[in-house]
Design a protein around this ligand. Structure first.
Ligand SMILES: [Zn+2]
Length: 145
């Protein structure tokens, strides 16, 4: 009698006959691709994994409500820190008055460059203005209005 190979489901704890062999390929290389021998039940389970997930869609109203909540949360979380930083930066600005480079603020408040950049953006909303035509990028100088 010829030797027969019976495929057993890879996922079943007990020995169940496999009905399919699935291979994970990228469409080009099939040799050495991982394969799974699965029974009917587990094959269906596997196919479920390929169904796209439903996305949660919010209405414009719902999105506005969510963003308001997020904004408030962010505000309450960072408000004290920004308040302190703003006060300190404004003190420096008032001392130097004009032609203030970001480096002077960084030095005075002991800020790293990323935080300093965010601080300058924050201060711009509070009335800090760039000076002159060539005041861009690393050359940017600021003054209070
Ligand atoms: Zn199974």
């Amino acid at each position: 009698m010829a030797k027969q190979t019976i495929l057993i489901c890879d996922w079943c704890p007990e020995d169940t006959h496999a009905v399919v062999t699935l291979a994970l390929t990228n469409g080009h290389v099939t040799r050495g691709a991982p394969t799974l021998d699965l029974c009917g039940k587990h094959s269906r389970e596997m196919h479920k994994a390929f169904v796209a997930r439903k996305r949660t869609r919010y209405s414009d109203e719902g999105r506005a409500k969510l963003s308001a909540i997020m904004k408030e949360r962010q505000g309450t979380r960072w408000a004290p820190i920004w308040g302190e930083r703003e006060k300190a930066a404004m003190t420096v600005m008032r001392e130097l008055k004009t032609d203030v480079h970001i480096k002077s603020i960084m030095k005075a408040l002991r800020l790293k460059h990323n935080v300093a950049g965010a601080t300058m953006r924050h201060l711009k909303r509070k009335g800090l203005v760039k000076m002159g035509k060539y005041s861009t990028g690393c050359l940017a100088r600021y003054e209070l209005t």
